[in-house]
Write a protein that binds this ligand. Structure first.
Ligand SMILES: Nc1ncnc2c1ncn2[C@@H]1O[C@H](COP(=O)(O)OP(=O)(O)OP(=O)(O)O)[C@@H](O)[C@H]1O
Ligand SMILES: [Mg+2]
Length: 152
């Protein structure tokens, strides 16, 4: 992921159907390591949607709008880091096309992933780094956990 400052918790994933699973395991491990098990359930849902979208975008074969030396259609990257009272999750793919937030009808088969992200991990957004591709990011609120009540 040249041209992008990654964190110690960056994971490279192949464009493969099992990758959302590994993404979920990764965010769970990192969050547990930070003592933030309270965020695991939400983070697993959100990362699953973002990685699934990134894989679909890469697999769609939509060519990058500009030549991008470091855009690999065979991989996506994921990382997470802490900022004050939040955890930011980022997923990078090789496709320059923007994600589109949909408002799905009951009958719609798809279009729910980003809606879920918007509900659970707002703000979210995307940008196109100079190194190519695109990063979709979202924020999980991580207020300090209230201390366990003392005895008595
Ligand atoms: N990483 C991405 N790159 C390019 N386009 C994206 C990306 N993520 C989402 N999109 C676009 O935004 C649309 C909405 O994404 P969303 O995740 O809400 O729905 P979906 O992936 O189509 O269906 P579902 O997530 O319910 O299976 C997608 O159909 C796609 O066109
Ligand atoms: Mg989706």
């Amino acid at each position: 992921m040249a041209g992008v400052t990654t964190t110690a918790h960056c994971l490279e994933l192949s464009v493969f159907p099992t990758s959302p699973y590994y993404a979920r395991v990764h965010v769970q491990r990192v969050l547990e390591g930070w003592g933030r098990s309270d965020l695991v359930e939400t983070a697993r849902l959100v990362v699953s949607e973002l990685v699934s979208n990134a894989i679909k975008a890469n697999a769609s074969g939509v060519p990058a709008a500009e030549p991008a030396a470091h855009a690999s259609p065979d991989h996506v990257w994921l990382d997470l880091y802490r900022v004050r009272e939040a955890v930011v999750l980022r997923v990078w793919d090789a496709c320059r096309t923007a994600p589109v937030l949909c408002v799905p009808d009951l009958e719609d088969e798809g279009g729910r992933g980003l809606h879920l992200v918007d509900l659970l991990a707002s703000p979210w957004g995307y940008h196109r780094p100079s190194s190519g591709g695109k990063i979709v990011w979202c924020t999980l609120a991580a207020p300090p956990e209230s201390p366990v009540d003392g005895m008595g």
